[in-house]
Design a binder for this molecule. Structure first.
Ligand code: GTP
Ligand code: MG
Length: 322
């Protein structure tokens, strides 16, 4: 694979202390976990904050299935954002596994950003999340997302409800869609980050391997084109990525797994229309990500009840499987 992958993503999480201690600049550097109910807008916010697409997003709840890190680097600070799967009442092994990965990811950070959708009623789901993440005494910043969808009185009402769940150290009202008050997020978390060396190289945007991102892009397009149970039954595995240096071109092969023959029919669509749309959209994003032309091979297979199969969940890399 091209050297691109090295600058985009490295897998180390060690502090960059191998430069000789006098040469290592000290900045505000630490971890901020974005937690909340499914669909609260966490991944969209992460993408907006780092300025590039590192996480897939969709209006299907439970889009994110593994925790991922994304990096905001400034001259005076490095903020490592930890995007987590939306916490929910699990119905299968997949749900249990992704919940576990969220709680685990949130346990070891400097700040919790509790994301609450300004346009959805604050209820038992948010309380459930707040109870799980507010243990441990770490600062909790309430982040009211999707502010572009609501008026001022609604903002005030939502914040008042959030205060019934947690005692926040700060409250931020923002919109990832319009970019409103993204700076407010940074200003709210910065005071809680310890001084130290950077955790990641300055040019790095995410710790996800490029192979994971490619498979996730396919899953995103399926999520965005299907409804009901189908999006939840989909798992995507990257089979192969080949780089042709002469043509500066990648060939990517992915398998889309579903749980039932009927779901396979839906993903393929009438005359193959659905799978063609998924392929065209995913390929466009892959070309942006890889910076080359891409040929994308997609196939669809049935793996019955894979969401109840812990080994298969790990093979996909969902939950703690990475
Ligand atoms: N209008 C508006 N929509 C938003 C905003 N942020 C996110 N959305 C939409 O909300 C939906 C959910 O966004 P995601 O970022 O995938 O939500 P999430 O919290 O990561 O969801 P899970 O991964 O399922 O936990 C998507 O359809 C987004 O386009 C926003 O600021 N304004
Ligand atoms: Mg998400």
């Amino acid at each position: 694979m091209r050297s691109f992958a090295a600058t985009w993503t490295r897998t180390t999480t060690e502090k960059t202390t191998d430069l000789g201690s006098e040469d290592v600049p000290t900045v505000a550097s630490g971890f901020v976990a974005l937690v909340g109910r499914p669909n609260a807008g966490k991944s969209t916010l992460v993408n907006a904050l780092v300025g590039v697409k590192v996480a897939i997003t969709s209006d299907t709840p439970q889009t994110t299935r593994h925790r991922l890190r994304a990096i905001i680097d400034r001259d005076d600070a490095q903020i490592v954002l930890v995007d987590t799967p939306g916490l929910h009442k699990p119905h299968d092994a997949l749900g249990e596994e992704v919940n576990r990965s969220s709680i685990h990811a949130a346990a070891d950070v400097d700040v919790i950003a509790l994301c609450i959708d300004a346009s959805a009623s604050v209820g038992t789901g948010d309380r459930w999340v707040a109870e799980r993440v507010s243990k441990g005494g770490r600062p909790v910043v309430v982040v009211l997302t999707k502010a572009d969808l609501v008026d001022e009185p609604t903002v005030a009402r939502q914040l008042a409800r959030a205060r019934e769940l947690v005692t926040p150290t700060a409250e931020v009202v923002l919109s990832a869609k319009t970019g409103e008050n993204l700076d407010g997020f940074v200003e709210a978390v910065l005071p809680h980050l310890p001084q130290g060396p950077r955790f990641f190289p300055r040019d790095m945007k995410t710790d996800q391997p490029v192979e994971v991102m490619l498979a996730e892009l396919v899953r995103e397009k399926v999520l965005r084109s299907t409804r009901d149970e189908v999006p939840h039954a989909v798992g995507v595995q990257l089979e192969e990525i080949r780089y042709d240096q002469d043509r500066d071109f990648h060939t990517v092969s992915c398998t889309i797994y579903v749980e039932r023959e009927s779901q396979k029919g839906i993903i393929i669509g009438k005359g193959g229309e659905m799978i063609r749309t998924v392929g065209t959209e995913a390929r466009a994003d892959m070309e942006r990500l890889l910076g080359t032309g891409v040929h994308l091979d997609l196939r669809v297979k049935v793996k019955k009840d894979w969401r109840r199969d812990g080994a298969q969940i790990k093979r996909f890399g969902y939950g703690e499987g990475l």
